[in-house]
Design a protein around this ligand. Structure first.
Ligand SMILES: Nc1nc2c(ncn2[C@@H]2O[C@H](COP(=O)(O)OP(=O)(O)OP(=O)(O)O)[C@@H](O)[C@H]2O)c(=O)[nH]1
Ligand SMILES: [Zn+2]
Length: 192
């Protein structure tokens, strides 16, 4: 049996255990659909985030803060395999090199499309940027809703979890940190 067949068999078993009939018409193709969906939702395991960033590095004399905010993402929590839906705000101060802007959301996606806990994902994003672009510093804030806290468990549908990771000058310099948080929160920086 190949891996796909094993997956399909496992989903059929799950359907039976929850009281469903995997042979009923509406469910016939479900195990295969779930297989395809999970391959997509976890495709980040087969991609190297640092390679993604490394594809577009440009020499630059700019040394002011660059912020890509409101990067929406979908992930899965590693405890319950339920969705984490959120936004990441990623900033850095260049030190001789800037990265192609689109590569930042691409890198966020690579980490999001794995089984995650929010704090780990936040740190991974910061570290990948530090190691690849080698800037003066990095700031990352992630805001997310955890379906395992909304649809089940504690059932708090209004709670948002906020996590941050600061590196280099963002950690050392209070003014840089303040600039970062005010840029994230400034209403005029909301989408126009
Ligand atoms: N720190 C952290 N915890 C998370 C994240 N996603 C889910 N969790 C938590 O992981 C914990 C797992 O706790 P357990 O007691 O082992 O599992 P559980 O019985 O399903 O817990 P409840 O959700 O409280 O019902 C829960 O408190 C979840 O809220 C995350 O991204 N970061
Ligand atoms: Zn969970």
């Amino acid at each position: 049996m190949d891996r796909k067949e094993e997956f399909v068999k496992a989903v059929k078993t799950i359907l039976e255990i929850i009281g469903e009939d995997p042979k009923r018409e509406g469910l016939l193709k479900t195990p295969e659909r779930v297989y395809k969906a999970f391959l997509h939702l976890t495709e980040g395991y087969h991609k190297d985030p640092k390679e993604v960033l490394g594809e577009a590095l440009f020499t630059s004399t700019n040394d002011e803060m660059v912020l890509v905010r409101d990067i929406e993402f979908y992930s899965l929590c590693e405890h319950h395999l339920l969705p984490i839906i959120g936004r990441a705000h990623v900033a850095y101060i260049p030190d001789g090199k800037v990265v192609g802007l689109s590569k930042i959301p691409r890198m966020v996606n690579v980490y999001a499309r794995r089984l995650q806990i929010q704090e780990q994902m936040t740190e991974q994003i910061a570290d990948a940027l530090m190691e690849t672009v080698k800037p003066k510093g990095v700031g990352v804030v992630v805001q997310a809703r955890h379906m395992c806290m909304e649809m089940r468990g504690v059932e708090k549908i209004c709670s948002t979890t906020v996590s941050s990771a600061l590196r280099g000058i963002f950690k050392e310099n209070i003014k840089t940190r303040e600039e970062f948080f005010s840029l994230i929160n400034a209403p005029q920086n909301r989408r126009f």
